[in-house]
Design a protein around this ligand. Structure first.
Ligand code: GLC
Length: 576
């Protein structure tokens, strides 16, 4: 095994490495079927190595009916033929390793597809496999065969009841996501055995990192009962459940992955839990994703109710998680984008390429990059983020693919929204915004496929694409390269303490923080303001410091009488 990958320890993995997420279905299509695939990724490894990333997190490419684009797994230890073969996978691992990059796989261990052999055998009457799932009688059922009502009022994440009646079982089964994704019962030791075996299988094939899908939902409450309100509160109840740490420790130990690059996706999680998930003394995971900072544009907490991002709230959440994880010795995964999120450039900067809400897409993208990469934790890039990709430009509901989008469009209409309002919500919030094909070129289908792409390519690929950006001075891609190199070469960014700074009353939309290690100090100043503003340079402690390591606009705004003028969406990383 390549030494570069092999000798990384848990500590250095988390703090010095940059992870790049590949949404396999949308990255690069090598055979013209309109879907990305493993050989497609292999063909782009030089592009990724040139960027400077250390790990490639691949979203699920296992056999799956694709109800949830592969997060509904029907066989954990195989490659779906539409994405390639096991040989293609081995080749990808080897070719990535040659270039100093490790492969991080997505483990979807909280639920299976209903097409998985275990569920099928449960349906066929095998009790052993019925015990793999969470089955209940209906409320008010008059006996076998009578469904009654769903056992509880729980609502699943994608909208609608979290229970599905299965006549072949004479029971309801729990699904926190789509009805085709039954949750497995982690209280069953056989299930835990199987899951450790899955992780070991891939580790033995040369995988050096793992991302665990909604892993904090594996331990359900002891008593499964109604929750107050419309039933969506069940998510908070299921999150960080009673035995989650015990199960994780066991999984990590039995699959032998302690110290590898591991990250857990933690839905509706809490700070204390994430400290425990990621403090190295606990021997659970290396890093955790939490999502509170990406809910600052949810009106009344609802994803489908639109409002502009609340930057004061964003600052509060980031500082709480940064300083809180630091105090507890945990490690945040740093990110704005992934395959479940709308593109951050559009979210924080508006929909136009230039001018809208005051700043250009490039300034917004670079500002977000500085903010994320300068924080304490492990930075993640989602494919296309390094190019400045934006939300999809779809104008009708038919153009969307995602099951969550379609469910919620229907729910919005049923709730009285007009078609126009419902579409606006989906346009802003659909997960498909992050899933549009990677924009490689300005040419047909953005160079993603020579066939028909499974999801339409945004028109702005003529402007935002890898071919034009690689090697072009000042481009987003080159900016990312510089930022990645800077981050990897900087001890203060890897190991320094973090503290959020007061920017003064004239700059409520500016987020600033310092990183300190010994006598070294860096300050990041990031304006989320679409208008110009001024920060109090004295209170940031930057009056006497000089070196601008990186800036969004080139140069620095004016520093006069202790006030630093910032242009719309300007960010600076300063060594003091
Ligand atoms: C995670 C994945 C998402 C998937 C869900 C259910 O949130 O990131 O894409 O739909 O889990 O597996």
């Amino acid at each position: 095994m390549d030494e570069k990958v092999n000798t990384m320890t848990a500590q250095s993995n988390n703090k010095n490495s940059v992870v790049y997420e590949i949404y396999v279905k949308s990255f690069c299509d090598s055979d013209g079927d309109g879907l990305g695939d493993l050989p497609g990724i292999t063909s782009k490894l030089d592009y990724l190595a040139n960027l400077g990333v250390d790990y490639l997190w691949l979203t699920p490419f296992y056999p799956s009916p694709q109800r949830d684009n592969g997060y509904d797994v029907s066989d954990y230890c195989a490659v779906d033929p539409r994405y390639g073969t096991m040989e293609d996978f081995d080749e990808l691992v080897a070719a990535a390793r040659e270039r100093g990059m490790g492969i991080m796989l997505d483990m979807v261990l909280c639920h299976t597809s209903n097409q998985h052999e275990w569920f099928q055998r449960a349906l066929a009457g095998e009790e052993r496999y019925q015990r793999y799932y969470i089955l209940r009688d209906g409320k008010g059922s008059m006996g076998p065969g009578d469904p009654g009502e769903p056992p509880t009022n729980w609502q699943c994440v994608f909208g609608g009841s979290a229970w599905e009646w299965e006549p072949r079982l004479g029971k309801w089964y729990l699904h926190m996501h789509d009805s085709s994704q039954p949750d497995v019962d982690w209280t069953n030791p056989d299930v835990r055995d199987e899951m450790a075996g899955v992780v070991r299988f891939w580790k033995e094939r040369g995988v050096t990192g793992f991302r665990f899908d909604v892993i904090n939902l594996i331990s359900k409450p002891e008593v499964i009962d109604d929750v107050p309100g419309d039933g969506s509160a069940c998510r908070a109840l299921v999150a960080d459940g009673p035995h989650v740490h015990e199960y994780l420790k066991e999984l990590v130990e039995r699959s032998g992955i302690d110290g590898m690059a591991t990250v857990g996706e933690m839905a509706s999680t809490g700070l204390e839990s994430c400290i425990c998930y990621t403090n190295p003394d606990e021997h659970e995971l290396g890093m955790s994703f939490s999502f509170h900072h990406l809910k600052v544009d949810y009106k009344d907490g609802s994803k489908w109710r639109l409002m502009d991002p609340d930057i004061v709230q964003l600052r509060r959440v980031l500082s709480e998680w940064q300083e809180g994880m630091q105090a507890g010795g945990g490690c945040n995964a740093l990110f704005w984008c992934n395959h479940d999120q709308p593109r951050a450039i559009t979210r924080f900067g508006g929909t136009g390429l230039e001018g809208e809400r005051g700043g250009s897409w490039e300034h917004v993208g670079k500002m977000l990059a500085i903010c994320s990469f300068a924080m304490r934790g492990a930075p993640y890039i989602f494919q296309g983020e390094e190019l400045g990709m934006t939300n999809a430009d779809y104008t009708s509901i038919e153009q969307f693919d995602d099951v969550e989008s379609h469910n919620n469009y229907r729910i919005l209409l049923e709730g009285g929204s007009s078609q126009e309002e419902a579409l606006r919500a989906i346009q802003a919030r659909s997960r498909d915004n992050g899933r549009t094909p990677m924009q490689w070129t300005a040419g047909e289908n953005a160079g993603f496929t020579c066939g028909t792409p499974w999801l339409a390519v945004p028109a702005n690929h003529v402007r935002i694409n890898a071919e034009d950006e690689v090697g072009a001075k000042g481009s987003m891609y080159e900016f990312y390269r510089e930022l990645i190199a800077l981050r990897k070469g900087s001890e203060v960014l890897a190991d320094g303490t973090v503290r959020f700074l007061d920017t003064g009353s004239g700059a409520p939309k500016v987020i600033a923080f310092e990183r300190v290690l010994g006598s070294e100090r860096m300050v990041a100043i990031c304006s989320f303001d679409s208008e110009g503003c001024t920060v109090d340079a004295d209170s940031l402690g930057i009056a006497v410091c000089g070196d601008v390591l990186l800036s969004t606009h080139g140069g620095v705004g004016k520093l006069a009488d202790g006030a630093l003028a910032l242009r719309p969406y300007e960010a600076l990383l300063i060594a003091c």
